[in-house]
Design a protein around this ligand. Structure first.
Ligand SMILES: NC(=O)c1ccc[n+]([C@@H]2O[C@H](COP(=O)([O-])OP(=O)(O)OC[C@H]3O[C@@H](n4cnc5c(N)ncnc54)[C@H](OP(=O)(O)O)[C@@H]3O)[C@@H](O)[C@H]2O)c1
Length: 257
């Protein structure tokens, strides 16, 4: 062990952009990263909820920036502006995402693109922008895409969601190889069902039995936001310095059944 930090899980001196930081998992990740010493740039579309996340961050050097990730062509100028205003980025967590429950027969091109653009295409362009020396911290970096167990198993009527999340695993693998010479690691975290506003929205029309059945499909019960945040912080940190191109399944045993 040489030159290793005393606690390799700490993120002191790292500036990390967290998308989806205005709610649920992204918010939980932003707060945990701040507790581990990172400077966090929180992003989402809703200013009020972003402010709420910002107010809950610990330490200093944080910022928030409202941005609609559907504006793919604006991602690069937006990230350049963040770097100019707040300093270069060391990491990205892409937690922004939407779910769509629709039978394939009802999905037109617009509906397809709503999901795939935000969940997968934006991930590519966020990561690609880290190649720019004016955006990226010269000491390397770490990128984590929040995927889903629906990237490896699935169910009816979530084809666009499954497709977009499976795309992230392939993307992480290829970028992991391509970005390794720049000392940038790229990984995915794939949770099963976690208690968040997205889950509330998805299950609002379910009856009690359906919900109980969902819980039974997780041997360790439904996930909490911290469960995903801990795994993400680990993959970002020096403790994971030899891990790249992987898809970490965080599912309470969902895929073991
Ligand atoms: N909850 C689960 O059970 C679960 C399981 C597996 C994977 N995941 C994944 O975890 C991630 C977070 O999910 P969550 O449950 O925390 O969802 P959530 O509470 O609904 O949060 C979604 C986030 O995405 C942001 N967002 C949505 N559309 C956007 C856009 N066009 N541009 C920029 N930001 C946008 C939202 O911000 P604004 O509203 O401010 O725009 C919000 O911060 C998603 O990628 C999801 O697929 C969730």
């Amino acid at each position: 062990m040489n030159n290793s930090p005393v606690n390799p899980f700490l993120l002191n001196g790292r500036r990390v952009l967290v998308t989806g930081a205005s709610s649920g998992i992204g918010r939980g990740i932003a707060i945990l990263l701040s507790q581990l010493g990172a400077s966090v740039v929180c992003s989402g579309r809703n200013e009020e909820r972003l402010q709420e996340t910002f107010d809950n961050l610990e330490g200093s050097g944080h910022a928030f920036s409202r941005f609609n990730l559907i504006d793919i062509d604006e991602i690069r100028p937006w990230m350049s502006e963040i770097s100019k205003q707040h300093g270069k980025l060391w990491g990205i967590v892409h937690a922004a995402g939407i779910q769509q429950t629709l039978p394939a027969g009802m999905i037109n091109r617009e509906k397809f693109e709503q999901v795939v653009t935000l969940n997968a295409e934006a991930a590519f362009f966020l990561a690609k922008t880290m190649l720019s020396p004016s955006v990226r911290d010269e000491h390397g970096g770490s990128i984590v895409f929040i995927s889903s167990v629906m990237s490896i198993v699935s169910q009816a009527a979530i084809s666009t969601y499954s497709l977009s999340k499976a795309a992230l695993s392939g993307l992480a693998k290829s970028l992991a190889i391509e970005f390794a010479p720049k000392k940038i690691r790229v990984n995915c975290v794939s949770p099963a069902y976690v208690r968040t506003p997205l889950l509330d929205d998805m299950t609002k029309k379910w009856d009690k039995n359906q919900f109980e059945d969902l819980i039974k499909r997780h041997p360790l019960g439904l996930g909490e936001i911290q469960d995903v945040a801990y795994s993400t912080a680990f993959l970002l940190s020096e403790a994971a310095r030899w891990i790249t191109g992987t898809n970490l399944i965080v599912d309470g045993g969902y895929t073991a059944i």
